[in-house]
Design a protein around this ligand. Structure first.
Ligand SMILES: NC(=O)c1ccc[n+]([C@@H]2O[C@H](COP(=O)([O-])OP(=O)(O)OC[C@H]3O[C@@H](n4cnc5c(N)ncnc54)[C@H](OP(=O)(O)O)[C@@H]3O)[C@@H](O)[C@H]2O)c1
Length: 306
């Protein structure tokens, strides 16, 4: 199976590359190219179409995205081009070549007002430009009969720009950190998400399997506020020797921490049906966090010993 991967330099893209299954050839692409990646600007729909027509992959995993939630409020056209027009361009080309599409999406397509986990088929109602652009990308992906959307939430891992790495840095630098405690969701580690993506693609390819639903939800298990997550990062970071001591984490409300984009206050994804179909036992987000921080501690030891 040949898979064209976008966003190969992103945090999920790197985890997908690291976990690629035997028998799968990945064509990694990124905005900058280099490092063995094909150069692809997702803001250029013509380039997206041409690459698919030229490579004729069995599937595209579209992990590349405009992910800066606040900056998107100032750059709506660019967010829309990358998050909505690129998947539409992939769909146009894949409908000619006959390939599948796995489109990554986000809990931020929901408004967060219902106060209970969102099922995959529920109505979307994004609060900001990022969510609007991702919802448009979902609709585009679903135009392809072999198009599927996998929504996830609060993604972090040992590389890239994410809340976990930022908090580790703040725990090191500060005595006290203030973190929002009235937004609830679920942190999702890139290694568990990558495994779910590959499993989804495998099931799509397996002849005779129950067809996978078009909309799927994947996050690690449990629920947390950003405050809970920041606290756990400090605790586990100290346990694993990544931090001498944790900073004091103080809970604040969203109204104390104003951001350009509005965020859903409760965006937990109901992953029950997807987990059953993918046949993957979820792990609690705290266990996934431990594994991510362990891998960081391990790479630090290796670096020191060199
Ligand atoms: N991060 C989260 O918390 C989160 C939550 C829910 C869902 N998701 C979804 O999960 C998927 C993976 O996200 P991630 O966490 O891996 O994000 P990420 O680390 O920000 O990776 C996204 C990648 O897309 C690339 N990209 C942005 N604009 C591009 C363009 N014009 N052309 C080519 N590449 C471009 C970025 O390249 P540069 O490095 O050059 O900018 C980056 O490597 C995305 O679909 C995202 O919407 C993420």
């Amino acid at each position: 199976m040949r898979v064209l991967l976008t966003g190969a330099a992103g945090q999920l893209g790197q985890a997908l590359m690291a976990a690629r299954p035997a028998g799968v050839t990945v064509i990694p692409s990124s905005r900058g190219g280099g490092n063995g990646h094909t150069q692809l600007d997702l803001a250029d729909p013509l380039a997206c179409r041409s690459l698919v027509l030229e490579q004729r992959p069995d599937a595209v995993i579209n992990a590349g995205a405009y992910t800066s939630v606040d900056r998107a409020e100032k750059e709506p056209a660019l967010a829309q081009a990358v998050n909505a027009e690129a998947p539409a361009a992939f769909v146009e080309a894949l409908s000619k070549t006959g390939g599948q599409l796995l489109q990554l999406s986000t809990d931020f397509v929901f408004n967060g007002r219902q106060g209970s986990p969102y099922a995959p088929e529920q109505h979307v109602d994004p609060l900001g430009v990022y969510g609007v652009s991702k919802a448009a990308g979902e609709s585009a992906a679903l135009e392809l009969p072999g198009g599927r959307v996998l929504r996830t939430s609060w993604v972090y891992g040992p590389v890239g720009r994410n809340f976990c790495l930022r908090m580790l840095q703040l725990h090191r630098e500060k005595l006290k950190i203030e973190v929002v405690a009235d937004q609830v969701g679920c942190p999702t580690a890139t290694h568990t998400l990558a495994a779910a993506c590959w499993q989804a693609l495998k099931l799509v390819g397996d002849v005779g399997m129950t067809p996978l639903p078009r909309l799927m939800h994947w996050s690690d298990a449990g629920a947390a506020s950003w405050y809970d997550f920041a606290l756990a990062i400090g605790e586990v970071g100290v346990e694993l020797g990544l931090l001498h001591e944790a900073a004091l984490v103080r809970p604040i409300t969203s109204s104390d921490y104003l951001t350009r984009a509005c965020r859903p206050s409760y965006s937990l994804l109901d992953c029950t049906s997807t987990r059953a179909l993918l046949d993957i036992e979820p792990i609690h987000w705290r266990l996934a966090l431990r594994r991510v921080l362990k891998s960081l501690a391990y790479s630090r030891t290796i670096l020191k010993s060199k």
